[in-house]
Design a protein around this ligand. Structure first.
Ligand code: HEM
Length: 408
């Protein structure tokens, strides 16, 4: 039975490819801007590709680690999530409050149902070790709930009711530092042994990393909530320290063993450079240094973070997980190639340079989105090949079963 989440992930990646091409053409003034596409561009990637991937893969991963049988697909959760996404896609461009609230509520319910499902998956006595990533996933999903709540109310004045000073930043921080960071950390921890063939450098560091990330994300959410650096600064230090510690866990074995080095591994690790970029300039924004393009950064940095970090992490991780689902007999392999690696980083560089050189911003941003567009092509092609061969294998298998039954 094919996992329907993965087909939807593929669909949204294809939409993300078109979204980047469209942004490039808009910057070059070859296409008119279309209201709502800015939202779609980011959320095709965050909600459409990565959240959808998380919903598809987490129950399978956590059950496998806990020594439980592979869970049946939960159609109720799949339908709730995808109806919610579709309603948001319809409701966001005209900013229709009823549709946005309905879509946000459905995605919220789907996340709660997934949390309940994962929460019930406790390790059996027979399982050698339960999923270390499980607590990261559950905490990440709790942050997603907060991110959805604030995101759904962004254009409806809920921020004032919740006494939030800067709602958009609370939304981005809950989703990026809370949900995505914790999800990615959990996936790295759970999957590293399979694609690297060995454990992380210091397995005992996982619990302190978990608590540092959890607390760091909370402080990073409270920072814009109360507009106070008393929360943001320690939050940033805690979160970054935990992230660097996790990455060192991944990198240290590569120093000793050349065979572990691959383009996919480079995608995974260097994606995190795009988290550092906004962090490095944050002090200059906070200090309001004259002539420093603070507004330009606030408007464009989220896109660089999503394409440079979230999407690029996906370049390596999504093909790995697709192979695991569609071609379980092939050896684990991260996705990506040198072309996707260089193009995605050049895209980030052009976007950031465009923020600083205002006169040439449209051209530089046109090039940035163009580079992101071409960087996605090999990944989309790799995924398409995996899906195609998986589907034809399963059709062959079904046909063989039908023939065997009719022969009985
Ligand atoms: C039901 C779920 C969600 C809803 C209703 C929602 C809603 C919104 C809205 C209304 C905006 C403002 C767009 C604008 O000002 O142009 C926004 C921006 C943003 N959201 Fe979400 N969102 C959701 C989930 C997520 C998730 C899961 C992530 C990331 C993991 C995310 C990341 C972002 C980012 C990075 C931006 C800033 C985009 C930019 O400035 O270009 N959102 N979201």
């Amino acid at each position: 039975m094919l996992n329907p989440y993965f087909l939807v992930v593929f669909l949204y990646i294809a939409l993300a490819v078109l979204g980047a091409l469209d942004a490039s053409l808009i910057n070059f003034e070859l296409l008119p801007a279309f209201a709502g596409l800015r939202w779609m561009r980011v959320h095709f990637i965050t909600l459409g590709a990565l959240t959808e991937l998380a919903f598809g893969v987490l129950p399978i991963l956590v059950a496998a680690r806990a020594g439980l049988p592979r869970p049946k697909i939960r159609w109720d959760i799949w339908l709730t999530l995808n109806l919610g996404l579709l309603i948001l896609l319809i409701g966001i461009p005209p900013i229709n409050a009823v549709l946005i609230t309905a879509g946000g509520t459905l995605v919220f319910i789907a996340a709660i149902l997934l949390m309940v499902q994962l929460g019930k998956m406790r390790a059996t006595d027979k399982a050698a070790h339960s999923s270390e990533g499980r607590k990261f996933y559950l905490m990440g999903l709790a942050y997603l709930l907060l991110g959805i709540l604030v995101g759904t109310g962004l254009w409806q004045g809920w921020g004032a009711w919740l006494q939030i000073k800067i709602p958009i930043e609370v939304h981005i921080h809950a989703n990026n530092w809370g949900f995505m960071s914790m999800l990615f950390a959990g996936l790295l921890i759970d999957l590293y042994p399979s694609f690297a063939g060995r454990s992380l450098a210091w397995p005992r560091s996982i619990t302190p990393i978990f608590w540092m990330m959890t607390l760091g994300a909370l402080l990073l959410v409270l920072g814009p909530w109360f507009q106070s650096n008393l929360f943001s600064v320690p939050g940033l230090i805690l979160h970054l320290t935990a992230t660097i510690w996790l990455l060192l866990n991944v990198i240290k074995p590569l120093v000793d063993d050349r065979q572990l080095r691959s383009v996919g591994m480079l995608h995974l690790i260097t994606a995190y450079a795009w988290i550092l970029a906004p962090v490095l300039v944050a002090p200059l924004i906070i200090l309001q240094v004259p002539g420093f393009p603070g507004t330009g950064i606030e408007q464009n940095a989220p896109q660089a973070l999503i394409y440079g970090w979230v999407l690029q992490f996906g370049y390596a991780m999504i093909p790995l997980l697709f192979r695991r689902i569609f071609q379980p007999d092939t050896p684990p392999k991260l996705g990506g190639n040198w072309f996707s690696l260089i193009a995605v980083h050049l895209g980030g560089a052009f976007l950031w340079v465009g923020i600083f050189i205002h006169e040439s911003q449209a051209t530089l941003h046109g090039i940035a989105y163009g580079l992101w567009f071409v960087s996605m092509l090999p990944i989309a092609y790799e995924l398409w090949q995996i899906v195609r061969s998986g589907i034809s294998d399963s059709q062959d298998h079904d046909a063989a079963e039908v023939l065997a039954e009719s022969g009985d």
